[in-house]
Ligand binder design. Structure first.
Ligand code: 13P
Length: 254
């Protein structure tokens, strides 16, 4: 069975002390994570080591960076390399979030470079894709997302692709309280899997975890996660509240 993942994206929220408290509260609440399930916390960069320390020894809990740079090292003030992440034992990174695409002009081609350096250095990218409202209204979301996948991922071979997690996040559902319906999520996840299958074969496509993101909360997580092609979620706002996020973890498909 594919890995089921509940990933928290704290974005640029919480102080260090608030983040510590949140993690403590989350791990103290009852949660069930089976062998093929994982809770991942994408925290602000200065909190990565704190989060590592808080989650040390907790099976199926991992820490992720929210971004990394495409170069191995050098004069890139303010950036974080995969070597820096590896040196503090961080092995997940969120890449291509729509906020980075929009506010920091990250292109599909630039993201392909980041994907490459992650894979070369044993870091699993959580690759985000998803369409803006105008594209959804025009009904061309499948083509739009297919292009994102094609330009950032399709240079990889199947073995490399298997090391990637995909997060489908329709931009119109991010932070808006407007969730895609479970049917809309399933439809797009199935379309993404079909696109991957046409390039890499069904067997490979069936092994890729595809997370849904966009206003996931405890009240809708179980229904969305129950869809056959949805393998968990990437959660913003609701991941900042301990009992909300624990309920989301517990809503993962068994
Ligand atoms: P919200 O859950 O706040 O809509 O954010 C989703 C998201 O962008 C996760 O990366």
């Amino acid at each position: 069975m594919r890995k089921q993942i509940a990933a928290a994206n704290w974005k640029m929220n919480l102080t260090l002390q608030e983040g510590e408290q949140l993690l403590e509260d989350i791990i103290s609440l009852p949660h069930q994570l089976s062998e093929n399930q994982e809770a991942v916390f994408a925290v602000p960069a200065p909190y990565l080591m704190m989060a590592q320390q808080k989650l040390r020894g907790k099976e199926n809990f991992s820490v992720a960076a929210q971004n990394c740079y495409s170069k191995k090292n050098g004069a890139y003030t303010g950036e974080i390399s995969v070597d820096i992440l590896g040196s503090i034992d961080v092995h997940y990174v969120v890449l291509g979030h729509s906020e980075r695409r929009e506010y920091f002009n990250e292109s599909n081609a630039f993201l392909a470079e980041k994907i490459n350096i992650c894979l070369l250095n044993n870091i699993t990218p959580i690759f985000c894709c998803g369409e803006p409202l105008a594209i959804r209204e025009a009904g061309t979301q499948n083509e739009y997302v297919a292009k994102q996948l094609q330009e950032s991922l399709y240079h990889l071979n199947a073995d490399q692709l298997l090391k990637i997690v995909i997060a489908y996040e329709p931009i119109w559902a991010i932070g808006t309280g407007k969730t895609a319906s479970s049917a809309q999520a399933q439809e797009m996840h199935a379309a993404i899997r079909e696109q991957l299958a046409s390039k890499y074969g069904k067997e490979t496509a069936d092994c890729i975890s595809i997370l849904y993101g966009g206003s996931v909360k405890s009240s809708n997580a179980a229904e969305i996660f129950a869809q056959p092609d949805v393998d968990g979620g990437l959660v913003g706002g609701a991941s900042l509240v301990a009992n909300e996020f624990v309920a989301i973890i517990n809503a993962l498909k068994k």
